[in-house]
Ligand binder design. Structure first.
Ligand SMILES: [Mg+2]
Length: 380
C-alpha cells in the first residue's frame, strides 16, 4: 500500500471565536489517502492554518520540506519510519511545537489506515487491550463566582461523572478568590467525587507565575483534596515544576504543551512530574505517545492524555489508554461546540462513569464528512 495524498482541512465554528481557553472552537482534520482506497483520519489541536501550511508547503531544501509531499509514496504501515522521515524533513524549521502537532495528525491517520486495512482496532495494533473501558473525568472551565463554580461541578456529577476538572477561567482572579472557587466546588460535589484543578499558567491577581507564588495557592487549596494540580507554571519552567513536586504532596500534572520523547524526558527525569498529559494530536501522535508511555512506565509515572477537540482525539486517547499499564483516566471535554460534538456521527456515551474503547477497525469511529464540509474554513 502507498500514500497518495495528505489533505489538511481547517474547520471553524460559525460566528465569534472567543479568547477563552476553549480550543474546540476551531480545528483541523487530516485525511491521508492510499492507492488501495483506504482513507485514514487524524486531527490536530493547534493553530489550524499554521498546521495546514506545514503540511501543504513545497520543498525548500532537504531538511526543510512540507510534510505532505515528504511522505507521498510511503507505505502507511511503516509508522516509525515515516515519523522519522517527517521529523528529519522538517528539522530546519521544526523539532518542536506546531510541526510536531502537524506530524501528530498525520501519524494518527496512518494508524487509522493500518487498523482499517487489517480490520482491527488501533488498541490491538498498539500492543493489546489492558482495559476495554476507561473512567472519564468531565473537563470544563472554572467559572468566576463560587456559586457558578458549585453549579458547574454539580452539573457534571449529576450527568454521571465520578471526577470533574475545573480549569483556567476563574483561576485568573486574586488568590483568595481562587480559594473560594475551589472551596465551593468541593462543597458542592462532596467527598465522593475526584476534583482535578487546572490552575493554568496565568497569574492569580497580582501574583506572578512563579513556582514560589503557585505553591502559596496550592498550599491553600490542598485542604479541599485536589486530585491533581495542572500546569501550575510555564511549560518550559522545568525547574519550577521540580520545585513544586519536591514541595507538596499534591500530585503535580503537566505536559499538554510538550512535544516529542525528548521533551517528555525532561518532564520525567528533571521535573519528576506525578502525571504526564501528552495530547495525542500534539505530542507526536500515537507513535510518539507509545514511546512516551514506555519511558514513563520505567519511571513509575502516570500518563493521562490531554484531550480537548473533536471525537477523533477522544478515540485516539481511548486506544492509547486501553494499552497502557500506567494510564486509567480519559479527559472528556463537556463543552458543546460543533467541532467537539459534530465531527463524528456518534458521541462517546458515558456509562456508569466510564467510556467504552471503540473496537471497530482503526479509530473505530464514523466520521461525518458532511459536518466537516459544513464547518470547513480554508481562508480566514
Ligand atoms: Mg490543561
Amino acid at each position: 500500500m502507498k500514500i497518495t495524498k495528505v489533505e489538511a482541512i481547517p474547520v471553524r465554528q460559525k460566528g465569534e471565536i472567543k479568547k477563552i481557553n476553549d480550543s474546540a472552537q476551531d480545528g483541523i482534520i487530516i485525511k491521508v489517502y492510499t492507492d488501495e482506497g483506504i482513507i485514514g483520519y487524524g486531527e490536530v489541536d493547534s493553530a489550524p492554518w499554521v498546521v495546514k501550511s506545514i503540511i501543504d508547503s513545497p520543498v525548500s531544501h532537504r531538511i526543510c520540506q512540507g510534510l505532505g509531499q515528504a511522505i507521498i509514496g510511503e507505505d502507511p504501515f511503516e509508522t516509525e519510519k515515516i515519523w522519522e522521515k517527517m521529523y528529519l524533513s522538517s528539522m530546519f524549521y521544526g523539532r518542536r511545537g506546531v510541526v510536531i502537532h502537524a506530524m501528530s495528525g498525520i501519524d494518527i491517520a496512518l494508524w487509522d489506515i493500518k487498523g482499517k486495512a487489517l480490520n482491527m482496532p488501533i488498541c490491538k495494533l498498539l500492543g493489546g487491550v489492558q482495559r476495554d473501558k476507561v473512567r472519564a473525568y468531565g473537563s470544563t472551565l472554572m467559572p468566576y463566582t463560587p456559586q457558578e463554580a458549585a453549579e458547574e461541578a454539580l452539573r457534571w456529577k449529576e450527568q454521571g461523572f465520578s471526577a470533574v476538572k475545573m480549569g483556567w477561567g476563574g483561576f485568573e482572579l486574586p488568590q483568595f478568590e481562587c480559594v473560594k472557587l475551589v472551596e465551593a466546588t468541593r462543597n458542592a460535589i462532596g467527598d465522593d467525587m475526584d476534583m482535578m484543578l487546572d490552575i493554568g499558567f496565568i497569574p492569580s491577581g497580582d501574583f506572578n507565575v512563579t513556582a514560589a507564588s503557585r505553591l502559596l495557592l496550592i498550599n491553600e487549596i490542598r485542604e479541599f483534596k485536589p486530585y491533581w494540580i495542572e500546569e501550575a507554571v510555564y511549560p518550559d519552567d522545568y525547574e519550577g515544576y521540580k520545585m513544586l513536586v519536591e514541595s507538596t504532596d499534591v500530585r503535580i500534572a503537566g505536559g499538554e504543551n510538550e512535544t516529542t520523547r525528548y521533551g517528555f524526558k525532561q518532564l520525567i527525569e528533571v521535573c519528576k512530574l506525578d502525571i504526564l498529559q501528552p495530547d495525542i494530536t500534539r505530542c507526536g501522535g500515537l507513535t510518539e505517545a507509545k514511546r512516551i508511555g514506555a519511558m514513563a512506565t520505567a519511571h513509575n509515572t502516570t500518563v493521562i492524555p490531554h484531550a480537548w477537540s473533536s471525537g477523533i482525539v477522544i478515540a485516539a486517547s481511548l486506544h492509547f489508554i486501553a494499552t497502557q499499564s500506567n494510564s486509567n483516566l480519559l479527559e472528556y471535554c463537556v463543552w458543546d461546540t460543533p467541532i467537539r460534538k459534530e465531527m463524528l456521527k456518534q458521541d462517546f456515551k458515558l456509562r456508569d462513569g466510564y467510556v467504552d474503547v471503540p473496537m471497530g477497525p482503526g479509530l473505530g469511529i464514523e466520521i461525518d464528512d458532511e459536518a466537516i464540509q459544513k464547518y470547513r474554513c480554508d481562508i480566514i
